[in-house]
Design a protein around this ligand. Structure first.
Ligand SMILES: O=C(O)CCC(=O)C(=O)O
Ligand SMILES: [Fe+2]
Length: 342
């Protein structure tokens, strides 16, 4: 029987190729399918630091987006009551300079936009693993459906994280379950993101303005669900940002700093950002870009694990680049560098 190709191209520019991989070939396939899918996944992380997946097995995406939109539509005071206090793990609501930039139509207000040029135009809600002593999640009051949906979605994503680490292990030619003990706690973070509607003149008046500034993710891998608005860009090896255009029913998965380190830099952690969405035909120069919603699920090894170089990533020609590190210490260092606090 002719073999059906399970890998095509999601993004193909002169400088960056991001593969689009059918993950059902891994989840339901035979040994050969699992091997070829694993190799395609690892290859994407090595070349681009990004892949797209379809048939990923996460079923509640639409429902979770709906709950996210309902949450962000709540009055500011209700959201502020859930503010992330930045004293421990990441849990809670994070408002940024979005209000001032919302609906800037009057030229005198554009000055405000310029002053806020360094700020992302976004708000987020972070949800961690349930049941961590002293680190409760912050749930909106009186909305049990929201909590149930998010806990369920968290657990679906957690399952995909385990499967993807198995694929990476197979790709590296080590035991399929090599990462299992590293990821079984599920110390991951689910982040709902809302980029409020914004007038195009905000971007025009400040060429540096973005919806989310350029960054690498810190952990092992990130599962990123985006709506159809666009604006996510990925840095190509020769320094150009390339649009990671939304593709229906797919998720974007990128490898982060800790996985790069863990793999002795065989895997890349690639910068990305969210900018003004590309124009659609018929759009006016002066227009309001509608809200954009995305959901990121940041995966990390169990925080208490010692993360040392993955076997199979060192060979005769490559020298060990990094010492081992406790995952929780590494993450805390990253957050201290970013926010000045633990
Ligand atoms: O909203 C997006 O598409 C990207 C978000 C992101 O990169 C992040 O939160 O780390
Ligand atoms: Fe990111």
């Amino acid at each position: 029987m002719a073999q059906q190709s399970t890998t095509t191209s999601a993004v193909s520019s002169a400088t960056l190729d991001i593969p689009l991989i059918d993950f059902s070939a891994f989840l339901d396939g035979n040994r050969a399918d699992r091997l070829s899918t694993s190799k395609a996944i690892l290859d994407g992380f090595r070349r681009a630091g990004f892949i797209y997946l379809r048939n990923h097995g996460i079923v509640d995406v639409e429902k979770t987006f709906k709950h996210s939109a309902t949450f962000f539509a709540k009055p500011k005071a209700e959201k502020d009551a859930l503010a992330w206090l930045r004293t421990g793990q990441i849990r809670g609501y994070n408002a940024q300079g979005e209000e001032k930039l919302n609906n800037v139509t009057d030229p005198s207000q554009v000055i405000d936009a310029r002053e806020y040029g360094g700020e992302d135009i976004k708000e987020t809600l972070e949800i961690g693993r349930e049941g961590v002593p002293g680190e409760p999640n912050k749930w909106p009051a009186g909305d049990d459906d929201f909590k149930e949906c998010m806990v369920g979605f968290f657990s679906q994503c957690r399952g995909l994280h385990v499967e993807l680490m198995r694929a990476i292990a197979i790709g590296f030619g080590i035991a399929e379950n090599w990462f299992d003990d590293f990821v079984d706690a599920g110390d991951n973070v689910l982040r709902l993101l809302h980029y409020p509607e914004v007038n195009s003149n905000v971007f025009r008046s400040n060429g540096m303005q973005v919806r989310a500034g350029a960054h690498c993710d810190y952990g092992s891998i990130t599962l990123l669900f985006q709506d159809d608005r666009g604006g996510l860009q990925v840095l190509s090896p020769n320094g150009e940002y390339v649009h990671a255009t939304p593709i229906k029913d797919t998720i974007v998965v990128n490898s982060g700093d800790l996985l790069a380190r863990w793999s002795n830099d065989m895997i890349k952690s690639t910068k990305h950002r969210v900018v003004e969405p590309p124009r659609r035909s018929g759009d006016d120069v002066d227009m309001i870009h509608p809200d954009r919603y995305s959901i990121a699920y940041f995966c990390v090894p169990n925080l208490d694990k010692y993360v040392d170089v993955i076997p199979g990533t060192l060979n005769a020609s490559s020298q060990r680049k990094y010492e081992g590190v406790i995952c929780g210490d590494y993450m805390a260092q990253k957050f201290t560098a970013t926010f000045g606090v633990h």
